[in-house]
Design a protein around this ligand. Structure first.
Ligand SMILES: Cc1ncc(COP(=O)(O)O)c(C=O)c1O
Length: 336
């Protein structure tokens, strides 16, 4: 039995997702780039969060829960995919969004499509969601329901096992293709995805670095979260000692702050759309790619690089994730 089979898991991901050379982009950058297509995980409109939900929804079912409570902003990919997978597996989805009620578009509209119960906190503070999740969970319990509550982003050690497992998928694909990447790049928000990849790289003795581009938190805060989540996720499946050495986090907050498109992200997204026919989302993927493009063009990035295309397609059509102008984009209230 593989260590990942110890925590119960649902099979939600259409795995393995493709690992493909980004030939046109590599030519444009002068650095060899490959894409790991986790925008094609196969549920909803795909994305990285489905891998975490394989473990989280299974855990909710194992505990006999009948509903799921989580939240974020109305354009959260996480909240939408949590609602979709919960509904599919018989759990009633409840979402708490910060802000005030608005015409449903993008992820908000998709969450409504699966019949999520949606409540707005009425506050533009992100942290209002945390209190809202707690209050709603209590309310549901008082009505005799059995809710399973998850934090914004689903960033828990159990959820991170999804990308610990994905590292094994990558290891198999590297064996098949003969690819020996210098680094695996991704956009980092609530840090669970990078934590899983870091723990997985350690488990498989990988020689690549896991490079996260933090798009919603200061680098130091992100590093601490990744370290802790990687350690805890590793512990759950018996992987010892995932330390800070495995972690590289670059600043992707420059420009417009979390949740709003940036000029460099827009340029990177155009380049990828035109060379690869892949649409990067403006909140996560485009900003991570912008940092990779800048480093490659400056001759500071060796290849091959594997770039995780992590989904987020609905936000290509929705309004900005963070609706209000921000004077302090790094402030804790503005993080996912
Ligand atoms: C499309 C997309 N990419 C990347 C991320 C970052 O993942 P994490 O929150 O695990 O750091 C998210 C988070 O919501 C996302 O929606």
């Amino acid at each position: 039995m593989s260590p990942f089979d110890a925590p119960p898991r649902l099979r939600l991901v259409n795995a393995p997702t493709p690992l493909q050379p980004a030939v046109g982009l590599s030519e444009a950058l002068g650095t060899e780039v490959w894409f790991k297509r986790d925008d094609l995980t196969g549920i909803g409109l795909g994305g990285n969060k489905v891998r975490a939900l394989e473990y989280l929804i299974a855990d909710a079912l194992r505990h006999g829960c009948d509903s799921l409570v989580t939240g974020a902003g109305p354009q959260s990919n996480w909240a939408m995919l949590a609602a979709v997978t919960a509904r599919q597996h018989g759990l009633e989805p409840h979402l708490v969004y910060y802000g005030a009620s608005a015409e449903p578009v993008g992820n908000h509209a998709l969450a409504e499509l699966v019949g999520a119960d949606i409540r707005f906190t009425g506050s533009t503070e992100r942290t209002s969601v945390d209190a809202g999740i707690e209050a709603l969970t209590r309310e549901l319990r008082s009505r005799g329901r059995r809710p399973y509550a998850l934090p914004r982003g689903g960033a828990t050690p159990l959820g991170s096992i999804g990308y610990l497992r994905a590292s094994g998928e990558l290891a198999d694909q590297f064996d098949e293709t003969g690819l020996k990447p210098e680094s695996v790049w991704l956009a980092t928000g609530s840090c669970g995805t990078q934590a899983g990849l870091v723990a997985g790289a350690r488990l498989w003795g990988a020689s690549y670095r896991v490079t996260g581009v933090s798009v919603s938190r200061p680098v130091t805060e992100c590093a601490a979260r990744v370290t802790e989540l990687a350690h805890e996720a590793g512990r759950l499946v018996g992987v010892a000692g995932t330390g800070a050495d495995d972690i590289e986090i670059l600043d992707g907050l420059t420009g417009s702050g979390y949740g709003r498109p940036s000029a460099t992200g827009g340029e990177a997204a155009r380049l990828v759309a035109r060379t690869e026919g892949v649409f990067l989302d403006p909140v996560f993927g485009a900003k991570a790619m912008a940092v990779l493009v800048e480093r490659a063009r400056a001759g500071r990035q060796r290849g091959p690089v594997v770039f995780l295309v992590s989904g987020g397609a609905p936000t290509l059509f929705g309004p900005p994730q963070t609706p209000l102008p921000s004077s302090a984009p790094d402030s804790p209230e503005r993080r996912p």
